[in-house]
Design a protein around this ligand. Structure first.
Ligand SMILES: O=C(O)CCC(=O)C(=O)O
Length: 368
């Protein structure tokens, strides 16, 4: 066991030397699908793409006034917490947000400080909420990014809309999607760790619970009795407790900031911790910031069975490494690539589906 542990550690360190970058590189324009597959998806490396959203009307249109007029009366799901930590370890619990249904206008009022919410509100539903709850906004953007769909040979499984304030934090987790984070306004700050750093990242298993706001405005934590324990990462990468988790010293986190008009390609199974800025829509000093549209592309590889379903959504399996490539059946490759892949020469022609929008069913979309 000890020698296996040693080998895995060496392997993780070698991965950094052999193929991982020390920062997240930028591409200055939308890539060619095949090239993108070869350089980024195949090797499982993140990058930020600039100038790929410039034609999205959302970049200039999505002001609070516009959003109020267009979708203000729509009722959407919002995650509400006392402290901004939705889906995070709190003591010996894994605590999920209260999911509240409210009108889009009310959310804007709270985020702009016009109305008191008594908590932190984050539109962060992961079940293709852009297409399901806010289809009126899809004219303002491309619900799928054509070169990514071509590279993966499929349309996105889910297209999510996120809107939140600076206090909202997404704790460290991974998911099994190929993610494109398209920031429309404000800025998102990511801490990223490659799957190969898994030996250095602590996991625990926690009793699932949810926040519930009482009538007096205080929040209580209510256990989800009868639910399985949830494996989750207790470590805060912003302030890692190295006495408790000394192995984390060996991890090599990458930090990046994704600004309005930029897109982060976050490969599947990369660990990520996310925060957002107070960059306001239309320069307002309030808290409206960083709405982003996230397209989730599910790998072509055989899907892993979800492991936990404490919310209504399954979580990503607690895999430590990937075992297969998304586009299978390749034979050779010339450049460094992520471990555990089958080898291959290049991305192949996408196998287009005829669906208009493949999207994640309710039960697998939330993959922490
Ligand atoms: O934007 C965020 O706060 C987090 C998004 C995320 O981590 C995810 O969708 O997996």
């Amino acid at each position: 066991m000890e020698s296996l542990k040693k080998r895995v550690t060496e392997f993780s360190l070698e991965a950094h030397e052999l193929y991982l970058n020390q920062s997240v590189p930028y591409l200055e324009e939308s890539p060619d699908p095949l090239q993108f597959y070869r350089d980024w998806i195949g090797p499982n490396k993140p990058c930020i793409i600039r100038n790929a959203l410039s034609h999205w009307p959302a970049l200039s249109r999505w002001t609070p006034d516009y959003l109020r007029e267009k979708v203000g009366s729509k009722v959407i799901s919002v995650a509400v917490t006392p402290n901004g930590f939705a889906d995070a370890v709190n003591g010996d619990r894994f605590v999920m947000p209260e999911e509240r249904r409210m009108s889009f206008s009310s959310v804007l009022d709270i985020l702009e400080g016009k109305q008191q919410g008594g908590g932190v509100f984050y539109v962060q539903k992961q079940c293709s909420n852009l297409l399901d709850e806010l289809p009126e906004l899809t004219d303002d953007l491309q619900p799928h990014v054509s070169w990514m769909s071509a590279a993966l040979g499929k349309l996105p499984d889910a297209v999510n809309f996120w809107l939140g304030e600076a206090r909202a934090v997404t704790s460290m987790h991974k998911d099994h999607y190929e993610n494109l984070y398209c920031v429309v306004s404000g800025e998102k700050n990511f801490i990223l760790l490659p799957p190969t750093d898994r030996p250095f990242i602590p996991y625990g298993t926690y009793q699932p619970a949810v926040y519930r706001q009482r009538d007096d405005g205080e929040f209580e934590v209510v256990d989800q009795t009868g639910s399985e324990k949830v494996p989750w990462i207790p470590l805060d990468p912003l302030d890692p407790d190295l006495d408790r988790y000394p192995e984390y010293r060996r991890a090599r986190p990458l930090r990046c900031s994704v600004k309005a008009g930029e897109m982060l390609y976050l490969p599947s199974l990369w660990f990520h911790h996310v925060q957002q800025s107070h960059g306001c829509i239309a320069g307002k000093p309030g808290h409206l910031n960083a709405p982003h549209v996230q397209t989730l592309e599910r790998p072509n590889a055989p899907h892993r069975a979800p492991e936990h379903t404490t919310r209504t959504h399954a979580r990503a399996p607690e895999r430590t490494t990937r075992t297969h490539a998304r586009a299978p059946e390749r034979t050779t490759r010339t450049h460094a690539r992520a471990p555990e892949r089958t080898t291959r020469t290049h991305a192949r022609a996408p196998e287009r589906t005829t669906r208009t929008h493949a999207r994640a069913p309710e039960h697998h979309a939330y993959t922490r």
